[in-house]
Design a binder for this molecule. Sequence first.
Ligand SMILES: Cc1ncc(COP(=O)(O)O)c(C=O)c1O
Length: 458
Amino acid sequence: MDRWHTIIEPFRIHAVEPIRLTTEQEREQALAAAGWNLFNIHADDVLVDLLTDSGTGAMSRDQWAAIQHGDESYAGSPSWYAFLDAVQALFPFRHVIPTHQGRAAEKILFSAIGGRGRVVPNNTHFDTTRANVEFTGAEAVDLVIPEGREPATLHPFKGNMDVTALEALLAARSDDVPVVFVTITNNSGGGQPVSLENLRAVGAVCERFGKPLFLDGCRFAENAWFIKAREPGQADRSVIDIVREIGSLADGMTMSAKKDGLANIGGWLAMNDDGLAERCRNLLILTEGFPTYGGLAGRDLEAIAQGLREVVDEDYLRYRIRSTAYLGDALDAAGIPLVKPIGGHAVYLDARALLPHIPPLAYPGQALAVELYRAGGIRGCEIGTVMFGVHPDGTEEPAAMDLVRLAIPRRTYTQSHIDYVIEVATDVARRASTLHGYRIERQPAQLRHFTARFAPLA
Ligand SMILES: Cc1ncc(COP(=O)(O)O)c(C=O)c1O
């Protein structure tokens, strides 16, 4: 297989969705109407939508078939058991609590164990994870290794937790730490993987301090593929075997099935602790639903169960990781600064490096994301000072990095779509010095990037 250079999508197209072509002028109007926030753009006005890889993947023939098996019984549906079996085949946690998506699992967990005075370490909190920790009054601390904060530094596992920093935090504040989290792969840090060695080391520290280790497992299969490809001694293991070892090192997990569940909606919270599970189920019933469906229809549970079987397929994962690298390598060759090595689900452009004339508080990531849309109808996502710059007390400072994430939906776009993205991004980068910053006109107290309205600073 490796003799051939071309990336073959390991599937044929079975149903197609039209994409509407727009002019630059139409997109300029759409931007003004949206307050220059790409979350406010009508998706019909987007040509290649790389806003997120979450819930945007194409389901397989077998997932659509599984949907027909959806059983909508309120309690004890066969679809629930199909879901439970599929989750536990990979992550044999004693308790599995279905939720409508990842953040619902976070909300429930941190409502149960967070609170004022508490501190939650993670390699890097995703935005919803941080928001859910902070909403309870607790503090969210990111302890990724120093290389994980340097976009251009090469490291095979840039998502690794800084174990020394974790030990120091636990030594100083052990009583305040209800849980240690590791996000696989590290989305906010560039989709970078965490090694098995690092997970084992984090697990050992947690055990020493008597703390549970939870995974934010959204992209567990992609992380396992990187372990197989990059970690010494792992090449001959199956991805499923590696996933099971990852699960065995943890005491629980939160999951968004919209990523490596290959589903359009869904998630779960899982754990071994009986008492904590009971508290979480009580919260689940308040907002999500009965514990055997938890905010999902029976058909969604079936789609996730089938998706979990497909996502660990090694031909799929080889294609997935290679096709993301194809985009990243081409942009790198065009001289566009980006996070390296290329992550699993996305390419992260380093807007701060590309637009040094735009200060972080004029949002270079927003400027680059807006221009990619204006020029070519490509929708990416700012991951920088807009997303992370505001502290709970309302003060603002530059985030660690100003990135634009081009997230690749699973099994959705072909190589020619990606070639088009390469062409547009290369053109935008060539004109980088002409781009201008933005100011925020209106913003909410939390998660401002979703709804803030901007104005150009030109
Ligand atoms: C690492 C990580 N954690 C949690 C979430 C939240 O999941 P959801 O969007 O399903 O609520 C996401 C979603 O993008 C994520 O990437």
